[in-house]
Design a protein around this ligand. Sequence first.
Ligand code: COD
Ligand code: ATP
Length: 198
Amino acid sequence: MNIGLTGGIASGKSTVSNMLVQRGALLIDADRIAREVVAPGSPVLQKVAERFGSEVLLPDGTLNRKKLGELVFGNPQALQDLEGLMHPSIRALMRERMEYYEHNHPDKLVVVDVPLLYESGLEAMYEAVVVVYVPRSVQLERLTARDGLSHEQAERRLNAQMDIELKKTRADIVIDNQGGLSQTEGQVDRLLKERGLL
Ligand SMILES: CC(C)(COP(=O)(O)OP(=O)(O)OC[C@H]1O[C@@H](n2cnc3c(N)ncnc32)[C@H](O)[C@@H]1O)[C@@H](O)C(=O)NCCC(=O)NCCS
Ligand SMILES: Nc1ncnc2c1ncn2[C@@H]1O[C@H](COP(=O)(O)OP(=O)(O)OP(=O)(O)O)[C@@H](O)[C@H]1O
C-alpha cells in the first residue's frame, strides 16, 4: 500500500510523515529528492546555473537556495523554468524508489511526501491521498517562525501553491494539524487502525 501525503507549505507534512515512520512506514520525501538532483556537479545544477546565472551558486559549488528562492517565488515564469529543469529528474527518482520499495518491502506502508502532488497532477500514482491541513493563517505563522521569512516572503511562497482549502476538498483523507501534536498523533493512529495499514 502507498499513500501520497501532501498539504501546503508548513502545514505539517514532515511532522506527520515522521509520525508515520515512527510507526513503521517507509518514507519517500520529494523535497529531499529535490535537493539530491541539484547536488554539486550534477547536470541539473549546471542547467540551473546556466538559466539563472552563477549568482545562484555558492563559492563551494553548492546551490544558493535562499538566492534561488528569491528569484523564483513571485516570478511565475522563472518558477516554471526551474520546475522544467528539475521535475523530470525528481519524478524519475521518486518512481524508482517507489518500485524498489514495492519489490523489496511489499508488506510495508510506503508514504510519499509530495508538496506539489495536486499541482503536478500525479494523483493516480497513489492508492490514497492524505492532506495535512491547517488554515492559511496558521501556515503563515508557522512558516515565518520556522524559516525566519518576512511576512511578504512567506506570502509569495504560499501564493506559488494551490490553495490549501481546495486541496482539502480533493483529499481522500484529511489530517487536521491545527491543534497540538498529540491531537495530530491521535488522528494518525486512528487512520492506521481504521484502514488496517500497519
Ligand atoms: C527554490 C528552492 C531552491 C528554495 O529552496 P528552500 O530551501 O528555500 O526551500 P525548500 O526546498 O525546503 O522548499 C520548502 C517548500 O517550498 C515549497 N516549494 C518548493 N518548490 C516549490 C514550487 N516549485 N512551487 C510551489 N511551492 C514550492 C514546498 O512547499 C516546499 O516544501 C527549492 O524550493 C526548489 O528547488 N524548488 C524547485 C523544486 C520543486 O518544485 N520542489 C518541490 C517539491 S518536488
Ligand atoms: N501541531 C503542531 N503544533 C505546533 N507546531 C507545529 C505543529 N505541526 C508542525 N508544527 C511546526 O510547524 C512548522 C511546519 O511543520 P513541518 O515542517 O512539518 O511542515 P511541512 O509541511 O513539512 O513544511 P514544508 O512545506 O516547508 O516542507 C515546523 O516548525 C513544525 O515544528
